[in-house]
Design a protein around this ligand. Structure first.
Ligand code: GTR
Length: 418
């Protein structure tokens, strides 16, 4: 029996919104070419990339995906509230710094935790890591100030949506602080909810309220929460520029999952970051949207209407109409280093789509004299592929673990020639 037209239409709509988990069901797609200008001109020189194509791609991501990058703050102040030279049994100097975005103390601010290795001569290369659960969650160090901000209560020792002493070190498995220090690197981290609450009703209370009329609906290309989180990463780098013990010119920006989407966007827009790392960032991060594998554009916009700009919703079920795909976001890191990491069981984030995006960013790195991914096929779990673009696939699920950090440290060593 043939389908009624109505059933056919319903079927097509259904297909355009259901996730794909079978490689055979991934539709044919053609990626936009990062090396052809909007006017159709092939980009054959670094100058044409830098002067024409790169700005075009930035503008496309701003207009269609993440919203316009927020301007620099008019008043940036760094209030050092803790400076402990003998933290972690003498292994590190600990600094805690309130980054104020205005002249008033009760306006939006971010509290940065910095550990600097005491054993290192000169400024230490840094990892700037955006956290889901607050500074006190990354280590049991009792000197870390407890966040006073609202936090999602997910049974992680966080009661009444406020951090408690019980949540100290609750996420230590995700951030091997001692290992980072022993390898000669510093760590800077802050709680993403300082910049914007991850909540569709409240996300504009902090950073976005400085730039948007929060009584009005967001404009189609106004930044959402990812834009606010990414902007705050840049402000953290502003602080690192002032800290003589931190090497702001060798700072890697890193986030996991939604914060991996954020680190990619921050690294694309702020060219001071030396290494841009996406960890399990998936849809709207490193994964190619056109593959429609796992989480899809429609689903992410429905579940998290506050993350992207409203224009991104135009591509719900219409991924092929996007003027960009996520390989172009990774390409914006070039000629600096970019890293994409995936996990075998993290199918919602489409590990193969993440690999392919890193791979298809390659021609841009090549054009700029840097090495693309040194492999053509997705490496086996545990085997890292490190050019100026790096990738690894870890056995296991959606998380950032010590094994991942070990790869990041190796990659940074290689990139900095250490
Ligand atoms: C999921 C979301 C993903 C990913 C993840 C996370 O619910 O669908 O895009 O960002 O959250 O941030 O943990």
């Amino acid at each position: 029996m043939s389908m009624t037209p109505l059933a056919a239409i319903a079927g097509a709509i259904w297909l355009s919104f259901t996730p794909i988990y079978d490689e055979d069901e991934v539709p044919e797609y053609t990626l936009p070419d990062p090396l052809v200008t909007e006017g159709g001109e092939p980009v054959t020189s670094p100058e044409l990339w830098r002067e024409t194509r790169r700005p075009e791609i930035v503008a496309l991501f701003e207009e269609h995906v993440y919203g316009r990058w927020l301007p620099d703050p008019e008043h940036l102040r760094f209030e050092v509230v803790d400076d402990e030279p003998e933290a972690l049994d003498g292994a590190a100097t600990r600094r805690q710094v309130v980054i104020h975005f205005t002249e008033e103390d009760d306006r939006p601010s971010v509290e940065l935790l910095v550990y600097l290795p005491n054993d290192v001569e000169g400024p230490a290369p840094m990892f700037l890591y955006l956290s889901f659960w607050g500074n006190h969650s990354v280590h049991e160090d009792p000197g870390i100030r407890l966040s006073q901000r609202w936090m999602r209560g997910h049974g992680q020792g966080v009661e009444d949506n406020r951090a408690t002493d019980a949540s100290r070190g609750s996420r230590a498995a995700n951030v091997p602080v001692e290992m980072i220090l022993e390898r000669g690197y510093g760590l800077a981290t802050f709680y993403y909810g300082d910049a914007a609450l991850d909540d569709a009703d409240r996300y504009r209370e902090y950073v976005l309220s400085l730039f948007q009329d929060v009584d009005e609906e967001r404009g189609p290309d106004d930044a959402g929460a990812i834009g606010a989180w990414a902007w705050a990463l840049s402000r953290a780098l502003d602080y690192l520029e002032t800290d003589a013990d931190a090497d702001d010119e060798r700072t890697a920006v890193l986030g996991h999952s939604r914060l991996g989407k954020t680190s990619l966007w921050a690294g694309a827009m702020d060219e001071r970051f030396a290494i841009v790392i996406s960890h399990n960032s998936g849809c709207g991060g490193a994964a190619l949207s056109r593959r429609r594998f796992g989480e899809r554009v429609s689903r992410i916009n429905d579940s998290f209407p506050h993350w992207f700009c409203h224009n991104f919703r135009e591509y719900n079920g219409r991924e092929d109409a996007l003027p960009v795909d996520q390989h172009m976001l990774i390409a914006l890191a070039a000629p600096r280093a970019a890293y994409v990491a995936s996990a075998t069981e993290d199918l919602w984030a489409d590990p193969r789509g993440e690999f392919l995006a890193a791979y298809h960013a390659g021609p841009v790195f090549d054009l700029l004299g840097e090495s693309p991914l040194p492999v053509d096929d997705m490496p086996e779990p545990g085997v890292a592929a490190h050019g100026t673009v790096g990738f690894h696939l870890r056995d296991g699920g959606h998380a950032i673990l010590e094994e991942d950090w070990a790869h990041y440290l190796d990659f940074a060593d290689m990139h900095y020639g250490r």
